[in-house]
Write a protein that binds this ligand. Sequence first.
Ligand code: WQD
Length: 339
Amino acid sequence: MGSNILVTGGAGFIGSHTVVALSEAGFNPVIIDDFSNSNASVLAGLRDILGRDVPCYAEDCNQYNLLRKILHENRIEGVIHFAAYKAVGESMQEPLTYYRNNLGSLITLLDAMLAEGVSNLIFSSSCTVYGDPDTPPVTEETPIKPPASVYGNTKQIGEEIIRDVCQAKSLKAVSLRYFNPIGAHPSAAIGELPKGVPNNLVPYITQTAAGLRPELTIFGGDYPTPDGTCIRDYIHVMDLAEAHVSALRHTLSYPETRYYNTFNLGSGKGHSVMELVLLFEKISGLALPSRIGERRAGDVMAVWADVQKSANMLGWKTKRTLEEALQDAWRWQQKLNNL
Ligand code: WQD
């Protein structure tokens, strides 16, 4: 029997795909999710893919006694901590809500893990810690920039809290810095469920193609990039999910009792907004209504990951193409809208 792993936020976009990857790798995931930004239908999707129910606590994870009980009763050996608020714009309007939720739940979780002797932690961090890099690609040694949002600050501070705890206590932890996760499980049983108008590019593209939005606005066409649009590192969510399994194996087998490290999770390649639009049109066979609009405040011009450290130390690299990611995202949108 594989290890039991607690997945906080396991009903969310990256969390639910990681539950699949964990199960397929022989681990036994247990979810805690308060469903504040996810839907109970995810559990049915997981059942469709895995052929069994995944245990789930429908609770806020910022509860010390409850977390201790869950860690103890399920003989949890490691935790993957996804549960957090993630809307950049909202974080600027409601900073205390973001600090309380994202940092409060992390501290509560760390307290509960130390009390129960659970010594392996994987933390969801973000490439946002690099800000606007001078020369992409960024390595893990690229200096951290002052955060551009409260959300980004919760990730920076979260990393620092974990690093400090790993220096003082028996804890092995890694922070995973995600670039731009896109796509869905190829079965279309689970995928991204943005609330309201999507902020992110790919759900905006698929909702426009599905007729839910009149057109895509491309934020800025005058950047000093080859086609004038911003460049990002898009990664298939299942590749990202599998990286969590590699990271977990890495900490579980790490021979010391105190350990902390950070890893970039991206494809290692940059693609422009325009390239994504054209590739989506190719795979869907549709003409996507779009226009070039103003630049979006806070957007960086170009960022992509150097993934050598993740390859060397985690033995992980992406397997899926950008085309597959867009195909899977589109299949998921079509299923959502019965197209
Ligand atoms: C991608 C590109 C936009 C929407 C996000 C989070 C960030 C981090 C990584 C987690 C940009 C352009 C978008 C649209 C557009 N996540 N765009 N029209 O901003 O790179 O980062 O993921 O920690 O915190 O904010 O992702 O998908 O919003 O944008 O032209 O309608 O698409 O300008 O160049 P972003 P995104």
